[in-house]
Write a protein that binds this ligand. Sequence first.
Ligand code: PBG
Length: 326
Amino acid sequence: MNLPIRPRRNRQSPALRGLVRETRLHPEQFIYPLFLSGSSADEPIASMPGCQRWSLDGLVSEATAAFAEGIRSVVLFPRIDDTLKTPRAEEAINPDGLIPTAIRTLKHALPDLAVITDIALDPYNSDGHDGLVAPNGTILNDETVAILCNQALTHARAGADVVSPSDMMDGRVGAIRSALDSHGFTSTAILSYTAKYASACYGPFRGALDSAPRAGDKKTYQMDPANAREALREAALDEAEGADILMVKPAGPYLDIIHALRAATPLPIAAYQVSGEYLMIRSAAAAGWLDEKKMILESLTGIHRAGADMILTYFARQAARWLLND
Ligand code: PBG
């Protein structure tokens, strides 16, 4: 064939492929989600094989090992004892609660590790919703935002570097920003779950925290998976309200949303490869149906290529080890 243009020329060797590679993963781009058991034991998580709920000691050793492998950021999720769950989620603002204690412990052991905390009421709320539930079942917006501001302050006082509202209430980013600023926490950053979809992919996570809604679903606050323009609207609001980083969640089925937000804002974009995405790869690999390493690295590369600057992933340690060794 008379072909002056042959794209395969750039693919003919590892060296040339390395030169033309457009996207590279690095462990610094990973945020490692860690679950807390609230007891002195590390516990395997039945709904997420391969993941654990950590005791405080286990948390420090896991984070130390991850740090040694190049991971610089973690996000914490607590399993709260049933006896501490209430309709007004008071435990969410307990300065000596599990999360504030874990923040202090981690920042003491690993001062250079960025500690990110989740801002939402679902682990603390006896109704299992991210917001307060009215007697008629409505999820109350403004009353919830007031508590979220206190929760963010509680975490900032304990030393959190970044607070991450995952509740999808309206106006919470601006309210949290002004609560933090008026108490002197001008350096505490906000990573907003900007476009968080009402997804089937969160089931295993709710099993890990025992945080599934006791009644109803989350469709009055989390976004409809059918919508894309609405994500741009949420992004514009979060940016105007002072968010430092915008997140899309889940990641793999929402690459178009990551891409659209990347084009619409100069802010950094995060994406959360959630528990269901983790299990789809884990279970297929455990059955011998897929190559786990190739699947994990391809899934993370796709999320990064779509426009995510950083990725929350349960595969953070495995991926970091492969990236550093290859
Ligand atoms: C709740 C929260 C959820 C996740 C992170 N924060 C679950 C939900 O919204 O029901 C899901 C993460 C995952 O599935 O890995 N505020």
